[in-house]
Design a protein around this ligand. Sequence first.
Ligand code: NAI
Length: 308
Amino acid sequence: MKVTIVGAGNVGATCADVISYRGIASEVVLLDIKEGFAEGKALDITQCATNTGFNTRVSGVTNDYSKTAGSDVVVITSGIPRKPGMTREELIGINAGIVKTVAENVLKYSPNTIIVVVSNPMDTMTYLALKATGLPKNRIIGMGGALDSSRFRTYLSLALDKPANDISAMVIGGHGDTTMIPLTRLASYNGIPVSQFLSEEVLQKVAADTMVGGATLTGLLGTSAWYAPGASVAYLVDSILNDQKKMIACSVFVEGEYGQNDICIGVPCIIGKNGVEEIVDIKLNDQEKALFAKSADAVRSMNDALKT
Ligand code: NAI
């Protein structure tokens, strides 16, 4: 199984690293426009093989798409990241041009690939990739919910003082500080609703911390995060390549689901070898429905910026 990652920067290289050492794919190609950069990252990762014990073949190329031919999955991380104080939305102008060109280039050599979009503002970039390529909607997946949900589970684990892996929780809606919706009502610890253990006040604090989870890290690091984003992409790619059919919140094109049309937005999806196998319809309460509608409006108005 072959994965191409476009953009060998912080997120792209971390993703390549996790995919390799977890043996998720047999081959990873890193591609970047910066001369020699992807080659360097690939060589560095390859030199981990003997000490971490993996056999994945990792290579890097400078803008040569022919080397990406026959990829089962292509991950697009190319673009600029946030700086402190910036919103994801402020990246739209530059990243739109990059994502469109990259999506068109990868399809020339991997016409059957599934594309995972990471570049921000991710919901809009996913929509752009879908419209620019004309691919069926199951083959364009935006990664945001996997990361936001893992941040949500982390903050819940800190509040509960219990392992994050024992906590099940999901974030849906847009991948923005004000548009994401941590589903506190449905979060559980070993099958027990977390509301049994945490007060409403604490739950609201956890939700608020989750929503600004990315901004908090941008403030601390001076640029956006990469370990959790890279691992979240690898988690999603694993479910595709190994047909795991995990339920993961992903930004996908909706046609009536959750009352929305003609946008890509985070909804629970079954992810397998065909990409989006199914959009799962969970019953939201009235408050959650209202939040989702508001989030969809924000994503839609962000997409309008593509027209200008
Ligand atoms: P970075 O700056 O470390 O890496 C971006 C890489 O893209 C650079 O190496 C650059 O040379 C390359 N690049 C730029 N234009 C290119 C082109 N036309 N073709 C090939 N490569 C190109 O940035 P980082 O931190 O890796 O973030 C990448 C993107 O992912 C940003 O837009 C960021 O906002 C987004 N992001 C999204 C997340 C999500 O949950 N969806 C989480 C974290 C970051």
